[in-house]
Design a protein around this ligand. Sequence first.
Ligand code: FPP
Length: 244
Amino acid sequence: MPAAAPPVLPRHVAITMDGNGRWAAARALPRIAGHRAGLKPVRMCIEACAARAIEALTLFAFSSENWGRPAAEVGKLMGLFLESLEKEIDELHAKDVRVRFVGARERIGAGLRQRIEAAEQRTGGNSGLCLQIAMSYGGRWDIVQAARRLAAACVNGRLRAEEITETSFGEALALAGLPPPDLLIRTGGEQRLSNFLLWDAAYSELFFTPTLWPDFALSDFRAALDFFAARERRFGKTKSQRAS
Ligand code: FPP
């Protein structure tokens, strides 16, 4: 019997981790308890990606719009990010994970920002899973910051307007250098992008699940991978073109 074809894995998985608040409310707990419970599936996804040699994982931890949440929730979330970074960084480094933060980092408090930069420096030479934490991130912010960079390069004569192409624009975006996310998972039942990876997700396969993020288990992650493996990806071409 011929050997079964190996499973088709995504190179880059992106996840919108939604539903922490509802998970907590269902248990009459404060919202931060839901965010804290959300750390377990974060660890599981990192391990599951590393175990399968998936190249990149990008997690939407805090959006540009999340700054508009009540100050108490924002403060507790920032505290949780700081605490989990301190707790997890040794293990991430030991697992050869390269950690990067993508987003408007000037809005993040100095203490957390310093830890973020230290974590990036420490793990920058690692060659395992590329883990992006999108924090203070919005897809529109990303497109605008890329446009600004390219405009500045044009103004100072390093670039001509005609040289702005999809490729050069992509190289100015936060996820430059990574393959585009080919699988985008959103938990919590909503079926929208909510300003995540607007440019990069042009051809992502979208997997939506009603499972709330703290309940997202390895079996759910596997279901998302199975969904991906069954997709026919044509990138705008016809089926016969893709086959040839
Ligand atoms: C959205 O759920 C989730 C967040 C805004 C925070 C996500 C943060 C974590 C999972 C904590 C750990 C993450 C890292 C990477 C250290 P929601 O609050 O909008 O839930 P709701 O829709 O049920 O209200």
